[in-house]
Design a protein around this ligand. Sequence first.
Ligand SMILES: Nc1nc2c(c(=O)[nH]1)N[C@H]1C(S)=C(S)[C@@H](COP(=O)(O)O)O[C@H]1N2
Ligand SMILES: [Mo]
Length: 416
Amino acid sequence: MAASRPVSPTSPSFWRSPLRGPRLTALLGVVLLAGITLLFVTGLLSYAAYNPGLAGGVNDQTPGKGLLGFYLFSWPTGPRWLYRLTQGVHVTLGVVLVPVLLAKLWSVIPKLFRMPPARSAGDALERLSLLLLVGGALFEFVTGLLNIQLAYLFPGSFYRLHFYGAWVFIGAFVAHVVLRMPRTVRALRERTDPAAEDDETGLVAVRPDRPTVSRRGALGLVGAGSLLLLVTTAGQSLGGRWRRTALLAPHGGADPGGGPNGFQINKTAAAVGIRARDTGDDWRLTVAGGGRRVRLTRAELLRLPQHEAALPIACVEGWSTDDQLWSGVRLRELAALVGLGDRPPGVLVESLQLHGAFRRAALSGSQVRDPRSLLALRVGGAELSRDHGYPARIIVPAAPGVLNTKWVARLSFGEG
Ligand SMILES: Nc1nc2c(c(=O)[nH]1)N[C@H]1C(S)=C(S)[C@@H](COP(=O)(O)O)O[C@H]1N2
Ligand SMILES: [Mo]
């Protein structure tokens, strides 16, 4: 028996799976078309939710976003679960689409090795756009997954990478959808794949192996993979008892324990270097604005009218809490202390924390004016715990968690 010569991946007969063909690729493509469109929209919303334009880039330092920030609008303060929903969908969907994306790439991999690399100038251009498409997709999925699993592997710069990557990717994606739509529609209309000789897509194997699984079986496997990811991820955004099902969600950070303060902690006081003496009796809140400045002790803050607001915390990483009952002083009433009570402007919030990307945040005027926006002193009827921001923290409806600054030291109205 003659040993068969090794075949190089650039040869069409190297690729033997009988599953490959325009129908499999088209089916996976349609799922990705819907999924990635929703990912893109929720991603843009996530970016808008930071109010990146405020205070000369306190919330976002993306340089030269220029035109790419064209769509930005002032993020609303209601419904209070808005960011919880948009970011929960963004992160969960991103995780769930991973098996579909991998299957789609697998379905077209012979084309990566096709020779010659380009048959004409137009062909070269199209293949270049595929490089941006595949590279962009991998980049966006990998940076996103790293960010949610490792809790801000690249704080600050993540937004930039993911934001620019998204625009490059979506440009190539739109071109790809337009170019491939006729082929996709045709493949879905026909009930079966063409024979290899008649296959214009070059996906059908010329020397197929015997099938070990049907195409339906293979699609079922991809779907089961996505479903498994869904049920092990979504719990982190649903909160309550569902949290226990979130096996894949990051478990970094401290165990929050029980009681009124028993909900997720993003960064503990110890982790960011907040010392006990900084938060003790010597702590003062500075409120500045309109050329005035007042300093308040915690006891003085507690003597001001206390208001309650039931609000969740929703992190960019996708996890969120159920509504917690916060109580404290309204931001707009703090603005009134420095004479800005009429129509208070935005505010720059600064933490006792000395280092790290989240020690400062800017809030818009409409966020300050919402009666549910508080400098919270208590939660669930108890004192704030140190890890949740004692002596005082911000809580604002519908905003990303990162704007809810903990261990607040200073509020500068008119600088937000
Ligand atoms: N000073 C300070 N405030 C902060 C942070 C921080 O690291 N430092 N993390 C923010 C982020 S990213 C989130 S999601 C929320 C989480 O609040 P929690 O830890 O009380 O749940 O706090 C925000 N406030
Ligand atoms: Mo966060």
